[in-house]
Structure formats: structure tokens, C-alpha cells
Design a binder for this molecule. Structure first.
Ligand SMILES: CC(C)(COP(=O)(O)OP(=O)(O)OC[C@H]1O[C@@H](n2cnc3c(N)ncnc32)[C@H](O)[C@@H]1OP(=O)(O)O)[C@@H](O)C(=O)NCCC(=O)NCCS
Length: 197
């Protein structure tokens, strides 16, 4: 099957320095299927469980395809990668997918263990929120296990409200209203916090 990529939002490519390493943040590409799969396999069972809210030993192929063949509008995924011995290694991923109501999008994020606690998830989430707002999303939502203290702390810090799911026990619902960004403001701007609702 020939896959034709939608317009690639190259303006979202960014380079940041983290623990003295050069990290490239960019929208995912269809050819990242193996890199993405390797990333999820590299997570600890606990992190993988927290990310998918179920035990998942091997990331399913069709899921990895859906994670990498995206339209960059209704489904946007960013990967953060570093380079070691000339090889690309994905160290984090974050995505949103719009709901049937296109003003609402659901996000998820994960960061490889050695890179956790350095602000990477917060940065990826801020970029996602910014881009989503630019494309007309008015509310960002997410779900996480009530036991996932790291995600709850991140959500709180990123100005999401948190409440228990009325439907599934042990699941918390995250929600943040987005404000329209200022015209011409890019999502690589340092003052991402200015987008706070
Ligand atoms: C949750 C997760 C994405 C956070 O990633 P991260 O890059 O470590 O997060 P950040 O460094 O950006 O931290 C942002 C805030 O989250 C909180 N946080 C992060 N790690 C924490 C920890 N180990 N304990 C408590 N709070 C933590 C802090 O408030 C932190 O802000 P601060 O350090 O400036 O005070 C990461 O732990 C992860 O990938 N977990 C497994 C997958 C997962 O649970 N995904 C969520 C599904 S939606």
C-alpha cells in the first residue's frame, strides 16, 4: 500500500537541550513505526501499563501504524529523539486525537525512564496544547489511572482539572479549557505558559 503523507508541519520541529544532550522534537513520520515500537518496548512494564492503562508486553503492529500514519490535524503526535552513535532513539512521545466533537481532543504522553523528571512531558504537552488551540480545539481531555501520581502531578502543573471518572473505578479524568492563541504565535515560543487558559 502506498501511503501519502499529509502536509508535514515542519514548523513544529524544535531542538532543545536536556541534560547536556541535543534533543530533537518533531512530528512523527510514517517511517517511525519501528522507532516508536522500540520506544514503547523500552519502557518499564509499569510505565507501559500507565501509558496504555493495561498490561501490554508487545506494542501491536497495527497500533504502531496508527500512531505513526497520522493527519497532523485530527491526530498529532510529537516524538522527542536523541542520537547515539549515529542512531536515532525516541525518548518520548505525546499525541492528541480529536473526538467526534472536533473542539475536544484527548491527549496521552510518555517519557522513557532515564529522561523522566526533566520537564520533557511538560514541554511536549505545552506544545500539543498550543498546536491544538491553533487548530481550533477548545478543550483538551485525558484519562489516567488514579494510581499514576506522576501523571496527576504533571496534569496539575499543566493546569488541568482532575476528577474521578463516574464510569470506570480507579480512573481520573483530566480536562483543560484552551484559549485561542494570539495570531502569529508559534508553538516553539518560549512563553508557552502564555497559552494558559
Ligand atoms: C507521567 C510522565 C509522562 C511524566 O513525564 P516527565 O517528563 O517525567 O514529566 P516532567 O518532568 O515534565 O514533570 C512535570 C511535572 O510532573 C510532576 N512529576 C514528574 N515526575 C514525577 C515524579 N516522579 N513524582 C512526582 N511528580 C512528578 C512534577 O510536578 C513535575 O514538575 P516539576 O518537576 O517541575 O515539579 C512520565 O512519568 C511517564 O512517561 N510515565 C509513564 C507513562 C504515563 O503514565 N503516561 C501518562 C498517560 S496519559
Amino acid at each position: 500500500m502506498i501511503y501519502q503523507i499529509h502536509r508535514y508541519p515542519a514548523e513544529l520541529i524544535d531542538v532543545v537541550s536536556l541534560s547536556a544532550e541535543r534533543i530533537v522534537i518533531r512530528p512523527v513520520l510514517p517511517q517511525d513505526e519501528d522507532l516508536t515500537s522500540a520506544f514503547f518496548r523500552s519502557l518499564s512494564p509499569r510505565s507501559r501499563h500507565d501509558r496504555f492503562m493495561m498490561s501490554l508486553r508487545e506494542p501491536p503492529r497495527d497500533l504502531m501504524r496508527r500512531f505513526t500514519q497520522i493527519d497532523y490535524r485530527d491526530h498529532l503526535a510529537l516524538v522527542a529523539e536523541m542520537f547515539a552513535n549515529g542512531r536515532e532513539i525516541v525518548i518520548a512521545e505525546a499525541r492528541y486525537v480529536r473526538k467526534p466533537d472536533p473542539t475536544v481532543a484527548e491527549f496521552a504522553v510518555s517519557v522513557a525512564e532515564p529522561w523522566q523528571g526533566k520537564g520533557l512531558a511538560g514541554l511536549l504537552l505545552a506544545k500539543l496544547v498550543c498546536r491544538a488551540a491553533v487548530l481550533g480545539v477548545e478543550r483538551m481531555v485525558g484519562e489516567t489511572l488514579a494510581s499514576n501520581a506522576r501523571m496527576l502531578a504533571l496534569a496539575r502543573k499543566a493546569q488541568f482539572t482532575i476528577r474521578p471518572s463516574g464510569e470506570v473505578r480507579g480512573v481520573m479524568l483530566l480536562q483543560r479549557e484552551l484559549s485561542a492563541p494570539r495570531v502569529g504565535q508559534g508553538c516553539n515560543a518560549v512563553d508557552l505558559d502564555a497559552l494558559a487558559a
